[in-house]
Write a protein that binds this ligand. Structure first.
Ligand code: GLC
Ligand code: CA
Length: 535
């Protein structure tokens, strides 16, 4: 059963266009490639796709450096291809979300080029954050870019501009009315083309405070904000609330205005999901107040260890927080910015966790390739593309590992992804992971996802809240078991390396790995596995 509105308990499949499927042999995925594989996406059983950026871009940050937010980059195709993709998706009953990147433009956007020419004090510069140096010639403050290095770059006449990310991504000044109105045009542009909503990049970043004041620990906050930098959690959580450029109150006014635009489209249920890394976690609820956005990403599972007490906390907290504003949580195990879950916690663990999470209330995001159990790609330094790698002089390897193209078919890399040279190398070691092989194997991760998504739609969607049966706080043996009841389904996740016997009667719907032994009102849950049982 579909939830109503559609997004409430949707499964949303994230496609990184460059890595999905290449239709013309140039080694990079493209819109026609995606369209040609939408049937695959539909058969997976998801409700919607979210497309990472495919807009005109010099591609310094995987397309999150947008030079024209209302056009398609030639490497991905053209606007006709985008229209076609949306139409085909809709004909397959898939909703389409596109990414918008309102925190910054590319330095190749015409506005930035004009700002460079127009000079200090000009209205063109006022669309960005241009400031004079300090008296000693250094940048206006000491903030550090999230990709490493200073977050200010100097232009020819001596002024500096702010970029929280790469120097090719100048931050927009959201106090400038041109910025506000241009973004409305962009939103309407894509809505008029037929999309069903947006994923809002760096949604918490648009408004800055203390722009000309130094922070006491600029490197610390920059590291604390990054999942791929390991840090003592206590230190991280002490630093996060002090970040002066994220999660300022002013961002909410922007989303209230956007919501009015969304609601003016009466023919569709438009939805928008915020990428908002905020701390403390309760702040996330502000983004989904009834006159703001519809969903906010929950990043807690992207770096959660496979430990029952930790997962119990995350699940409870996420549900309770969102409930306080009448919203449902979202769940994501992987995305294009973080290590793939199969590499991070292990392949079998990733299957168990996915099956647990897919049973929970709310929306589940699946990053393309996750359904194949893909690990991170192994990438030689000479092939790296992520600006993080270059801006940190190779100290941080960056996010390319999660962005390796999908293996579709055949026995050798690049497994049908392209007839040319893939933009990031695939490895022959992925031979058993192709869509083709996994389709044929009933025990594959792909078939686990397919079956789980179908069962989720049949038995779990719109079934209301969960009740804990076993958890560290509800008497779980050895604290290695998490179990919830939702509607007429019980979900058990055994995190331990040995089988666990539980008393359950009912019909086994699915198991994430291994074989369940069931008799006399008991079931034996295999090591590191999740089961769903129907009563
Ligand atoms: C978001 C995107 C990431 C990008 C950054 C800057 O975090 O998910 O890929 O690099 O914004 O736009
Ligand atoms: Ca291509």
């Amino acid at each position: 059963m579909k939830s109503s509105p559609w997004w409430k308990e949707a499964t949303i499949y994230q496609i990184y266009p460059r890595s999905f499927f290449d239709s013309n042999g140039d080694g990079e995925g493209d819109l026609q490639g995606i369209t040609s594989k939408l049937q695959y996406v539909q058969e997976l059983g998801v409700d919607a796709i979210w497309l990472s950026p495919f807009y005109t871009s010099p591609n310094k940050d995987g397309g999150y450096d947008v030079a024209d937010p209302r056009d398609v980059d030639p490497r991905f195709g053209n606007l006709e291809d985008a229209k076609q993709l949306i139409e085909v998706a809709h004909s397959l009953d898939l909703k389409v979300l596109v990414d918008v990147v309102p925190n910054h433009f590319s330095d190749q956007h015409i506005w930035f080029q004009q700002a460079l020419k127009a000079g200090r004090g000009s209205p063109e510069r006022a669309r960005f954050h241009f400031h004079d140096p300090k008296e000693d010639g250094t940048p206006p403050n000491n903030w550090i870019s999230l990709f490493g290095g200073p977050s200010w770059t100097q232009v020819e006449d001596g002024q500096y501009y702010l970029h929280l990310f790469d120097s090719s991504q100048p931050d927009l000044n959201w106090e400038n009315p041109d910025v506000v109105s241009d973004y409305e045009i962009t939103l309407r542009f894509w809505l008029d083309l037929g999309v069903d909503g947006f994923r809002i990049d760096v949604a918490h970043g648009l408004v800055k405070e203390n722009l000309l004041t130094n922070h006491p620990d600029p490197q610390g906050i920059s590291d604390a904000l990054r999942l791929d930098v390991s840090m003592d959690p206590e230190i991280r959580y002490a630093l996060l609330p002090t970040v002066p450029y994220f999660d300022r109150q002013g961002v909410h006014e922007i989303y209230r205005q956007w919501r009015k635009i969304f609601d003016s489209y009466k023919d569709r249920e438009i939805m928008a999901v915020a990428e908002a890394w905020v701390h403390p976690p309760v702040n996330a609820t502000r983004y989904v107040r009834s006159d703001e956005l519809h969903q906010v990403f929950n990043f807690d599972l992207l770096d959660a260890p496979f430990k029952s007490d930790f997962l119990f906390e995350v699940v409870n907290r996420s549900i309770e927080l969102m409930d306080s504003v009448g919203a449902l949580p979202t769940w994501a195990l992987s995305n294009h910015d973080s290590p793939r879950v199969a590499s991070r916690i292990g392949e079998v663990q990733a299957r168990a966790l996915a099956l647990f999470v897919l049973a929970l209330p709310g929306s589940a995001y699946v990053f393309a390739g996750q359904e194949l159990g893909l690990p991170d790609g192994v990438i030689p330094d000479s092939s790296r593309q992520d600006p993080i790698y270059f801006r940190t002089n190779g100290v941080q390897k960056g996010r390319d590992g999660a962005r390796v193209p999908l293996p579709w078919s055949g026995d050798n890399a690049p497994f049908g992804f392209t007839t040319g040279n893939p933009w990031l190398p695939l490895t022959d070691a992925w031979k058993e992971l192709t869509v083709e092989k996994q389709t044929a194997d009933p025990k594959s991760t792909l078939n686990l996802y397919r079956t789980a998504l179908k069962l989720r739609a049949d038995h779990l969607n719109s079934q209301g809240p969960i009740t804990w049966l076993e958890s560290p706080e509800h008497g779980a043996r050895g604290s290695n078991l998490l179990a919830v009841r939702r509607g007429s389904v019980s979900i058990y996740m055994n995190l331990s390396d040995s089988a666990v016997e539980v008393e359950i009667t009912g019909r086994l719907l699915i198991v994430s790995a291994g074989t369940v032994d069931g008799r006399d009102g008991k079931m034996t849950i295999p090591p590191v596995s999740t089961i769903w049982v129907h009563h």
